[in-house]
Design a binder for this molecule. Structure first.
Ligand code: CTP
Length: 390
């Protein structure tokens, strides 16, 4: 439909970027990106006439538009364009141009191919920079020497693609990347953009490999300030046991689970990460709770004395699931691990039959005392002192 509508409007239309690369690799891709030589806004308006149920979003300034499909998938349309970066790491200015110029402003050759979908040319690969050959040889190569300067997040993208596809950096690209790193370009980049890349790292299958690459290319502590790189621990953290994986289903913010692993060995330094990046309130609170929760658990659980169930419960109840695995790995004594497991499997699910309603029926009013009594009842139940009938 896109190709047809574009053809009728006299525009050339192309699929571009990651989708072309992944189609050629025979891999699945989620995003559909189109570039048209012509006004993308006009094309999307025209598409909207034929498909009135679709949701359209237009950005006049960038001459881009998106369609949200019924299944929630987003399809992006851009007017082929040249972007002028006013200074390194700035958002680009936009001006209309040809598909070749559009491709030339992209990051790597493997991401700079287009598949034409206009009538008469459907399925023709447009590959002016040798992306297909690089894809076959497994090479990440920039299109020009200023690529990392224009957009330093490409340093991180390069490492992500290296890790994902098991590719190599082309020699010149590698020295440009190292130059970009040593001239501190990442420091000039907005933390928000780096955070986006961090989230993408943790969505990759082999995150451990990417962390190794970050370390190898000297950007590990740039991305994760004050984190120690401990390969052995990281490898254990990111290949957690299958047996434990059921607890990971409780995790609400998967990428934070990754960040916690990176800081697990020196958790207090995670505050540097918190301060550097624009986190949501929920993300920030989770990190604070995990730091506190693990700190307190490490004081209690390894203790040689006999610890009561309710003490374990009280100490661990505020630890979010994002911190479970890190705590488990940090507890190196068998006995402490068993205590933690007891919390995970039993203690946290124990609920007394007596509830607030029962206390109200006895004439008690909700308040601090009320809460204290309920907590006490729960503690007794956890310790097995309070035995209620089934
Ligand atoms: N792009 C770029 N420079 C960036 C980000 C993106 O040149 N800093 C270009 C690349 O051509 C890329 C396309 O925009 O292919 C789409 O970007 P994005 O969706 O972020 O990446 P994908 O290549 O689709 O990768 P992924 O599979 O990780 O989504």
């Amino acid at each position: 439909t896109v190709g047809k509508t574009a053809s009728l409007l006299g525009m050339r239309a192309f699929l571009v970027g990651g989708i072309v690369r992944d189609l050629l690799l025979g891999q699945k891709q989620k995003d559909l990106d189109f570039v048209v030589e012509g006004d993308a806004l006009l094309l999307v308006k025209e598409l909207g006439k034929n498909l009135p149920t679709l949701k359209l979003i237009s950005h006049e300034r960038f001459k881009t538009a998106s369609i949200i499909l019924k299944n929630g998938q987003k399809v992006d349309f851009a007017t082929s364009r040249v972007e002028f970066y006013q200074y390194p790491a700035a958002l680009p200015e936009v001006e209309a141009s040809t598909i070749k110029e559009d491709l030339y402003r992209r990051d790597f050759t493997i991401n700079s191919m287009a598949l034409e979908i206009t009538f008469g040319h459907i399925g023709e690969l447009y590959d002016p920079f040798g992306g297909f050959a690089d894809l076959q040889e497994g090479i990440i190569r920039v299109l020009h020497n200023l690529s990392f300067i224009e957009d330093p997040t490409r340093i991180l993208r390069a490492l992500r693609f290296l890790g994902r596809f098991n590719f190599k950096l082309e020699d010149n690209t590698e020295s440009l990347l190292l130059d970009a790193v040593s001239s501190g370009l990442l420091e000039l980049t907005s933390p928000g953009r780096i955070l986006q890349e961090i989230k993408l790292f943790f969505a990759e299958k082999d995150i451990f490999k990417i962390l190794k690459l970050l370390n190898h290319y000297g950007v590990y502590t740039e991305v994760f300030p004050k984190a120690h790189y401990e390969e052995e621990f990281l490898s254990r953290y990111f290949t957690f046991s299958f047996e434990f994986s059921r607890y990971l289903k409780e995790i609400k913010i998967p990428w934070l689970f990754g960040v916690i692993g990176i800081y697990a060995k020196n958790l207090t330094e995670i505050s540097k990460f918190r301060k550097k990046y624009p986190l949501t309130r929920e993300e920030e609170e989770t990190l604070i709770k995990v730091t506190k929760g693990i700190g307190e658990a490490l004081k209690l659980l390894p203790s040689p004395r006999d610890i009561k169930g309710h003490e374990i419960y009280e100490t661990l109840k505020n630890l979010p699931p994002e911190g479970f695995w890190a705590l488990y790995l940090l507890l190196d004594r068998y006995r402490a691990k068993v205590r933690f497991r007891q919390y995970l499997e039993e203690l946290r699910f124990i609920k007394p039959k007596i509830t607030g309603e029962d206390l109200k029926a006895l004439g008690l009013k909700p308040g601090p005392l009320f809460r204290e009594i309920l907590n006490k009842i729960k503690a007794l139940k956890i310790d097995g002192v309070l035995k209620e009938q089934k």
